[in-house]
Structures are given as structure tokens and as C-alpha cells.
Write a protein that binds this ligand. Sequence first.
Ligand code: FES
Ligand SMILES: [Fe+2]
Length: 457
Amino acid sequence: MTYLLLEQLNMIQALPDAQRFMGHAKRTKPAEDPSLTHTQADSPMGEAMRLHWQPVCMSSQLNDLPLPVRILSEDLVAFRDKTGLVGLLHKHCSHRGASLEFGRITDKGIRCCYHGWHYAHDGRLLDAPAEPANSPLLQQVKQGAYPVIEFKGLVFAYMGPPAQMPPFPHYDSMHLPDVELVPYAISHDCNWLQVHENLMDPLHAVFLHSRMGEIQLTEAWGEMPAVEWFEKGDRVCYLTSRQIGAHVWVRFNEVAFPNFGQVAGFWEDGLTAKFFERVGASRWTVPIDNTHCWIFGWRHFSPSLEAKGMGNASQVGLNQLDIYGQTGERVYEEMQRNTGDWEAEVSQGPIAIHASENKGSSDRGVVMLRRHLAQGINSTHLPAGSIDGQTPTWTCNVVLHRPSPMASDVEMKLSVPELLSIGRSVKTVILAADCLSPPLRQAEIMAQLQALSKPYE
Ligand code: FES
Ligand SMILES: [Fe+2]
């Protein structure tokens, strides 16, 4: 034993300086990048987010009691009054600051528990029962309030200056026929950006979801893809192309400035041809404060998306999702043995430190996304136009017969340039159809992709 210890010590001391243990040298960390990660009032990223509609809670969370919510480091209270109107008010009463989470919901608003001041959903002071009926306070006092829209089980708020309020974003994926949108909300104990940028990191699926533990989705995810990332308007996107035997599976995902993202269906195995099968989940990554965030979104269910019967809408909701590893509610040992997205992202720290990273070619999407966000803060990216009231999105799975004019050998591997070229053909077809109305567009893209898919004899 002593001999072994001496051997170890000798080996350590024999190391050249550059290879010595670096723990002590690296024990202190640089600071985070506040320009992208901080979102409190008056921060650059926070003000950019306030110029967009943001989900703040699920409709199902609003019952006969007020709901305290913290969004973008602001303490707020959401409630549904007895006529059904939803209000989102500053949490602390304008009288002397008691929290409206202890208020009473009324026919027309909410009444503070302390002295009964009564606020409408838009923050008007309706009455103050301890004051004379002609009190000037009734005209002077306004409780801070934000406009709210409820859509498909999520409550969205606009927290920016009223004069700059944009239209509510109607992405085409919110209006597809035969698709049910099931709302969900998952809290994360870390900064919003490291959760959001996971969406532009397709290589993690090969390792985290496939090779590092149990297979969490399908075997096809473990195949190393050829990846192309690109920026267009307010989006950052990627296409992954994987050869699965006689087919090529192309997956097209996107994020839109500042914090929206979509991913294609989860259960693709790449074994049968498929043309423009759409979104598996749409989501916003919404800061609670600088070290906590929500994912609010919808799981999309349709007969074709769930043909394998793997999804389960009854497991989608508040802090639950029917995809492995998306919440922090598993036992710790399971998180260690079969790690999911939630713990990988949260374990990057309360706010991931960009200056400590050693990024490689596989991180291109993350680098592109950060640059896109930084540019968007300074000159907001123009949102894409809409056709028939819907903004076209591109997220999809496409599975083509592998083009094989000469080789009938299914095992012969396509090269990375060949895979990239197939991905680019898919991208060209999909982007070219943006100008078409939604039903025409779907049919046109499917026909064009079908023409690209060439089964060999
Ligand atoms: S503190 Fe709210 S009514 Fe007095
Ligand atoms: Fe993931």
C-alpha cells in the first residue's frame, strides 16, 4: 500500500508543469454574461423579452384563489375574476403593500385582504371601503397591471410599454388540423438561457438521450447526424440528417427571437418514408428570475405524430411531461444513472459561465444563437410575415428513401457531404413554400419532398 502511494506521488511530481493538476488554478470562475442572462427590469435581455408576449401560467392554475407568479424578476399575482376575465397585477397592493396573493377574488376583480381595496383586472381602483366615497385616491391610484391573452390553456402577458405591444404570434403549428395542443409548464432551477440553448444543440441527443445511459427516445437518435445550422430573420434553425439503413431522416428544428422554440415529433425511427410531419412540442423558456425559469408550452398530439402509441397526453401538465428526463421530480439516483435534459441543464450552474466553456464545432448552434440574441437586443429581428393570419414555421421530421442511383447496398454509408446535401434539399423545398396559404403549403411541401424521395429497385 505504502509503495503504491509513493508511486502515485512520484508520478504526480514527475508531470511537467503544464500537465499538473489544475484544480487550484481553476478554482475561481469568471463572471456570467449579464447581457444575455439577466432579465430583470431595465436589463437589455429583459427589456427585449418584455416586447414579446410571454406565457406566465397555465389556465388550469387559475381557480378560486389568486396565483402568485414571478416572471422576469417581477412579483405578480394572476387571477380569474368571477366573470372569467384574467388579471395580472403587481403583487403588492398600492395602498400599503400587502400581497394580493391573499386577496379575495370578486365579480369584477380582486380585493386586497388588508383594507379591502378593490382592483379591476386592468389595475383600476374600483373602491376603497375605508375611504370616503369621493376620495381622490380612486382617480389617482392605479395598481400595476399587464394585458393578458389566454390561448389553448396558457395565459400570456405583455409586460412591455403599451405603445409597443405586438400582435399575438399565431404560428401555423398552433392551428394545424387534427392536432391537439396539450399545455405544460416545467420549472427549472437555473438561468433561462442554458435551458433555451439546448434547443440548438442537436448533438446532445446522440449522447445524453442515447449513448450515455438508456435509450430515452428511439435508437435512431443515437446515429451521429450531419448538421447544418442557419439563421433567417428572427429564427435560428438546424437540420440534422441521419442515414437509417435505406432511408435518410432529416429533422428540422427552430427557435424564434427571443425565447420561443419548436421541436419536431419525438418518436421518429427513420424506418419509413415521411414527408413534413410537424411539431412535437412548442415552448417558451420564460425567466422567473436570473437563476430560475419556466418552460411553458404545448405537446402536440395527432394520430400520425403518435402512431407508435409512445406519447401520453395524461402525463402532460404542471411539472410533468411524457418525455423522459424533462422534470426535476425523479429520484436522485435515477438522475445519475440515466440523466435527462433537466439535470444536464440545471447542473451547468445557477447561471452557466460562458467564459469557462471550451466550445467546439458541435457547439456552432449555441454560438450562433447567442450572437443572434445579442443582435436582437440591439435591433429587434423583424418577425416573419404571416399568411392568412398565420406565421409559417418549418419544424418537421422528413424521412426520404436514400438516393442511391448506383448502390443498392443498404449498408453503404452516405458521406457527411451527401447527408448535408440531402438536408439542404429538404430545407430548400420547405422555405420556398412560405408564401403559400397553410393548406396549399402543406400539400406543396409534401409533393415536393415525395419527389425527392427515390426508392431504389
Ligand atoms: S394594503 Fe391593500 S388595502 Fe391596505
Ligand atoms: Fe434533449
